[in-house]
Design a protein around this ligand. Structure first.
Ligand SMILES: Nc1nc2c(c(=O)[nH]1)N[C@@H](CN(C=O)c1ccc(C(=O)N[C@@H](CCC(=O)O)C(=O)O)cc1)CN2
Ligand code: GAR
Length: 209
């Protein structure tokens, strides 16, 4: 997938937005090769939206409850995101599953960062589930979103140790430090180098014809 530079990014958030902030900081350098054209959320009053507003980035909020069905919400999300003409959509702590309409429009250029080493510990509680299971290492995974829950082709993974005295909070904070670095590096490479998806394998670099 070759991408025109600077790549246009739409970032989706549901919470504190520290991954978004890492992207905001990275995109302030024109050499990074991407810029954030909008930040979207499924709820209001979150620090993620405040971070975007402080950076002068347009925001939008689409709550599921504002729509008559989940499908209508999904289509409204897809229409709104499409209006910003993104090259890549980045889910960074976005706590909603994307449905058919969204994936029809953005499949192959919608990535998500997850706080565990997939395929282990998918879902909404990746750090807590890894701690509960007693694993000795965990981390973060960046993948291309598909119709499953955290099942898409993997772009990159970052590993962190689990310490004996970890709480869910201390472990998730350690994961997030590695996650932000991985996200910034990979989104920048996708923008500058393009990427190729072949079945379950993703590599940086545009397809060779
Ligand atoms: N179709 C997909 N959409 C998304 C994926 C994905 O793999 N496939 N990844 C997510 C993020 N994600 C974890 O990485 C995730 C987010 C939300 C849920 C979930 O079950 N959400 C519930 C609502 C929960 C809430 O509102 O608090 C829901 O969507 O109804 C699971 C995994 C990005 N989207
Ligand atoms: N399943 C999705 C999920 O758990 N996402 C996780 O939420 C956190 C958001 O942090 P942030 O709002 O500070 O970027 C991140 O660790 C992200 O991987």
């Amino acid at each position: 997938m070759p991408i025109p530079t600077p790549a246009r990014l739409v970032v989706l958030v549901s919470g504190s937005g520290t991954n978004l902030q890492a992207l905001i900081d990275a995109t302030s350098d024109p050499a990074y090769g991407a810029r954030i054209v909008a930040v979207g959320a499924d709820r209001d009053g979150i620090e993620g939206l405040a971070r975007a507003e402080r950076a002068g980035i347009p925001t939008f909020v689409k709550k599921v409850g504002q729509f008559s069905s989940r499908e209508h919400w999904d289509r409204a999300m897809a229409d709104t995101v499409a209006g910003f003409e993104p090259d890549l959509v980045v889910s960074a702590g976005f706590m909603k599953l994307a449905g058919e309409s969204f994936l029809e429009r953005f499949g192959g250029r919608f990535v998500n960062t997850h706080p565990a080493l997939l395929p282990s510990f998918p879902g909404m509680h990746g750090a807590a589930d890894a701690l509960e299971h007693g694993v000795k290492v965990t981390g973060a995974t960046l993948f291309v979103v598909d119709a499953g829950v955290d099942t898409g082709p993997i772009l990159a993974q970052a590993v962190v140790p689990v310490e004996d005295d970890d709480t869910v909070e201390s472990l998730h904070e350690r994961i997030k430090v590695a996650e932000r670095e991985m996200l910034v590096e990979c989104v920048g490479r996708m923008a500058r180098e393009g990427y190729t998806i072949t079945g379950r394998k993703v590599r940086f670099g545009a397809p060779v014809h």
